[in-house]
Design a binder for this molecule. Structure first.
Ligand code: SF4
Length: 356
């Protein structure tokens, strides 16, 4: 069990508004409820940003909900808050401290849209709060899922809840009318990236009833992290050491050719299963600030353009999305996009959700 260090907040609870909208999580803010994560998955980026063992000491800022309440007074109601940053909001500490629940209560009191990223079915204990938020604006839950193989999952993330519990929780949230996505990440080369793995995982996601999926690749930002990854894959099997060296070189992400190949494979498989590869527009239409909605639509279209080789269109879409999000796009700029009629319609809507 981790050591819980009770503390006071030493900055902002919700934080600064993001300079660009997060297309995976639809978020204008990315916040963490705890500092550290007892699940301690070896591939987690959290290891790279902490000096002390990330899974052994969990810092609990008990005044976080109070600070969040104060910051919410000045937060636009059309900006979605992503509870997504480098710690699981439903790790074991939540059973004692209920910081996530207290935060959700504040979000429900003002109808602030939010997205929770977790690996734990304990999120179901807050279903009533999620329903309250979702009735007023939007509450999305996303589960991280790397594989449905319980044996492999135990090797990769032994302290996190098993995949079957996550899949059951997805189905239960869907029955309750809460939108649910799956973060299929990280895709781990040589371990979870085979066609068979992709197929079995995507089928299970569809069967559970998830609304959409996103994915990304294993990030290796430092040598220290590389050693941890090597240790992790050595627990699974004997892999040729040159494989990762060739694939990553000195970069944090696997090479662009590999990613393009897996992106195409994943996209084709999702399309054949009718599984959206980003949150579908209908899920957030009219529920966020018009600039956010338009920026997301542009970024999500740009992702598909990039994977399918329309590189110029992808670049144009992303650039325009960032300008729209910042409120800097003119009508002439918008006309550059094939989505112009839809963008015009979205952006001419009054910002009904804005203001506190
Ligand atoms: S559950 Fe998520 S935040 Fe926690 S260690 Fe695992 S990957 Fe990191």
């Amino acid at each position: 069990m981790a050591y819980y260090l009770e503390d006071q907040i030493d900055g902002l609870a919700i934080g600064e508004r993001r300079p660009t909208i997060n297309e995976y999580f639809l978020s204008s803010y990315s916040m963490a409820v705890y500092d550290g994560c007892e699940f301690g998955c070896p591939y987690c980026d959290g290891w790279a940003y902490r000096m002390r063992p990330f899974n052994e000491t969990v810092r609990v800022a008990t005044d976080l909900p109070l600070f969040a309440e104060q910051e919410l007074a000045a937060t636009d109601r059309g900006d979605l808050i992503g509870i997504t940053a480098l710690t699981d909001p439903y790790q074991p500490a939540e059973a004692t401290y209920r910081l996530t629940r207290q935060l959700l209560q504040r979000l429900a009191d003002c109808g602030q849209p939010c997205l929770i990223l977790t690996k734990s079915q304990a999120v179901l204990e807050d279903l009533v709060l999620l329903e309250r938020i979702n009735q007023q604006s939007l509450a999305i839950v996303m589960f991280t899922l790397l594989t449905i193989d319980p044996y492999l999952s135990a090797k990769l993330e032994e302290k996190a809840p098993p995949p079957a519990l996550r899949l059951e929780a997805i189905a239960e949230l869907k029955r309750a009318g809460i939108p649910v996505g799956v973060a299929y990440l990280p895709v781990i080369p040589y371990v979870t990236d085979t066609d068979y793995m992709l197929s079995s995982t995507l089928h299970a996601i569809v069967e559970a009833g998830a609304d959409f999926v996103v994915w990304d690749y294993l990030n290796i930002p430092s040598e220290r992290h590389r050693a941890r990854i090597n240790e992790m894959i050595a627990r699974i099997g004997t892999y040729p050491p040159s494989y990762y060296r060739d694939l990553y070189g000195n970069q944090a992400l696997p090479d662009a050719t590999y990613r393009a190949d897996r992106d195409r494979e994943l996209l084709a498989r999702c399309d054949s299963l009718n599984l959206p590869v980003r949150a579908p527009h209908a899920l957030y239409a009219g529920k966020l600030k018009p600039q956010n909605e338009a920026a997301l639509l542009l970024k999500h279209t740009a992702f598909r353009d990039a994977v399918q080789g329309r590189i110029h269109m992808a670049r144009l879409g992303r650039d325009l999305a960032n300008r729209v999000y910042r409120g800097e796009a003119s009508d002439t700029d918008l006309r550059e996009s094939p989505l112009y009629p839809t963008l015009r319609e979205i952006l001419s809507r009054p910002s009904a959700t804005a203001g506190s």
